[in-house]
Design a protein around this ligand. Structure first.
Ligand code: IMP
Length: 199
């Protein structure tokens, strides 16, 4: 059986491949089946956005599809950037590094720790359009100095106090032990296994 992962982010794809390692299940990226879809993430919640993406990719491919939506919630910023994490810098061509600098610039001068949380919702959508959802969170804090070169996005400034490292200093196996995406995926795994057992 094949499972389409509705992402064009190679960092996420790498995490998903290690997280969902089931016999007889092949994970497929949209680019591997020539599928290019831009889905407008205009939902009011992570769950709505994940379901929007999942439905669009599933109906375009006819495949069982896993989509995710995630974001970073910073306590001192009232939970921002949250749903707007990918568009936090409102400029065409802004990079992950620009978003990290913008975030730290917003926090500079505020009392530390800069408590924060990653949140992820995954949506599993079958070929009939049925949606199952699961959520995971990962608690940490934002640090002013970037550390580490692994991961993607905000990882170099997201510090896990219990480990004394940023998530960019963890390898994928270590990040998958604690991350928001890993927790959401683990919670949806039984639903994926149900589909496998029916196939
Ligand atoms: P989306 O889920 O692709 O919409 O991502 C939302 C934003 O959160 C993007 O800027 C990502 O880079 C960032 N983000 C999501 N998950 C992670 C993560 O595991 N590490 C670092 N940044 C992340």
């Amino acid at each position: 059986m094949k499972l389409l992962i509705a992402t064009s982010n190679p960092g996420k794809m790498h995490e998903f491949r290690l997280l969902i390692d089931l016999p007889e299940l092949e994970l497929v990226a949209p680019s591997e089946i020539g599928l290019k879809l831009e889905v407008e993430e205009n939902g009011a919640t992570y769950a709505e956005n994940a379901a929007l993406k999942g439905r669009a990719f599933s109906s375009a491919s006819g495949m069982l599809t896993l989509a995710d939506d995630s974001g970073l919630e910073v306590e001192a910023l009232g939970g921002l950037p949250g749903l707007r994490s990918a568009r936090f810098v409102n400029e065409a061509g802004a990079t992950d590094a620009d978003r990290r600098r913008f975030l730290v610039a917003h926090l500079n001068g505020r009392l530390r720790p800069w408590t924060a949380r990653f949140r992820c919702v995954v949506a599993l959508v079958d070929s009939q359009g049925k949606v199952d959802l699961a959520e995971g969170v990962c608690d940490g804090e934002i640090v002013p100095q970037e550390r580490g070169v692994n991961g993607f996005g905000y990882d170099p400034v997201f510090w896990i106090p219990g480990l004394g490292k940023t998530t960019a200093e963890l390898d994928t196996i270590q990040k998958n032990q604690i991350s928001h995406r890993a927790r959401a995926v683990r919670a949806i795994l039984p639903k994926i296994q149900e589909h496998l057992s029916k196939s």
